[in-house]
Design a protein. Structure first.
Length: 343
């Protein structure tokens, strides 16, 4: 159920992105030829308002077909005949919609709130926790002993459980980097001062419930923080692209669905948080001035502005095709990494 919800969320984010292109193109009276849900082959279609609305067989997103987006059209309503600033706004509209969607998802999390969940902030060295293999950032999904099972505990519940279970074997199930791990250990009865029975520093991960307008404000602040973090992460990734282990911390579609599904065990609020994060990711990635992405197409328009004439459509299409193939190769590598982590 959670996995299905996450996949629906990913498709929704792509459709939101394409709807941004659609609505701004229509605002500037640029002809939109088709708005497709999914990818061809076409299953159903209907012409309405001068736009062909279609449902397609491959339900992995959607697309908008705008007249003249590849150049070579003389129709006054074609994309290629519009002023450069209008074309940039149409291209950036999808990015803006993803940013807005991320803000809405984050705000929704704050407005609805979510129960506290136990997360391990620090593992002390040479303790039962470190020897068993617990890591910083592990989210506790369940903890059990031969006589008791506690699912999705908060920090206080987890601490009380370990105190009741000193000198008994317990099993802790955690979510870690999209994977579920189980470790067995024995809480100490007389631990060193400041270490506790397991040797971990544990806190609550959750979202305090806010009023509507306070939630919107907190969602906005989170959107800003996440945007900055993603930009810094992208800079670091490209700076170390050819270094060993460059892809170890990168997740593709398979990894994202797995991470979100694991987070979903803690509650739907965490799924919506992940979807909001993905939405901001899509926005920032599309802003990168790389061929085949919206940012790459904007770069061509900026070049056109300074040159005084457009880049040859054939050259632009060739560059975009090479960029698209490079993205496919990158996606294959990341997906291979995702699958290897699952096994």
């Amino acid at each position: 159920m959670i996995t299905t919800l996450v996949i629906i969320g990913l498709v929704f984010l792509i459709l939101v992105h394409e709807f941004g292109h659609f609505i701004v193109a229509r605002f500037f009276h640029v002809r939109v030829e088709e708005f497709g849900i999914g990818y061809p082959p076409r299953v159903w279609s209907k012409m309405k308002g001068g736009v062909l609305w279609s449902i397609n067989a491959l339900p992995f997103g959607g697309f908008v077909k705008i007249l003249g987006e590849d150049g070579g059209e003389n129709d006054p309503q074609s994309f290629s005949r519009q002023k450069i600033w209008k074309r940039i706004m149409i291209l950036c509209a999808g990015i803006c919609m993803n940013m807005i969607a991320g803000w809405i998802f984050f705000s929704g999390v704050y407005i609805t709130g979510s129960p506290a969940r136990a997360i391990i902030m620090e593992v002390k060295e040479n303790t039962p926790a470190s020897i068993a293999g617990l890591k910083n950032g592990d989210i506790v999904i369940a903890v059990s002993s031969p006589t008791e099972l506690l699912k999705i505990p908060n920090a206080d519940e987890f601490t009380s459980f370990t105190k009741r279970s000193v000198e008994k074997a317990i099993t802790i199930e955690v979510s870690r980097s999209g994977r579920t791990e189980s470790v067995s250990l024995i809480p100490r009865e007389h631990p060193p001062e400041g270490e506790g029975a397991l040797g971990v520093v544990i806190t609550n991960a959750g979202f305090e419930k806010h009023s509507f307008f306070s939630g919107l404000w907190q969602g906005f602040l989170t959107t800003i923080d996440v945007t900055i973090a993603i930009i810094l992460g992208l800079v670091s990734f490209f700076a170390n692209l050819f270094s060993p282990g460059a892809f170890d911390s990168v997740a593709g579609p398979v990894g994202v669905v797995k991470i979100a599904a694991d987070m979903g065990k803690l509650g739907l609020a965490y799924v919506f948080q992940i979807i909001g994060l993905i939405s901001i990711n899509l926005a920032i990635l599309n802003l990168v001035p790389f061929p085949a992405l919206d940012g790459g197409r904007v770069l061509f328009l900026i070049i056109e502005k300074f040159r005084g004439r457009a880049v040859s459509p054939k050259v632009e299409q060739t560059v975009n095709m090479v960029g698209f193939l490079a993205l496919i190769v990158l996606m294959i590598v990341v997906t291979f990494k995702d699958v290897s982590r699952l096994f």
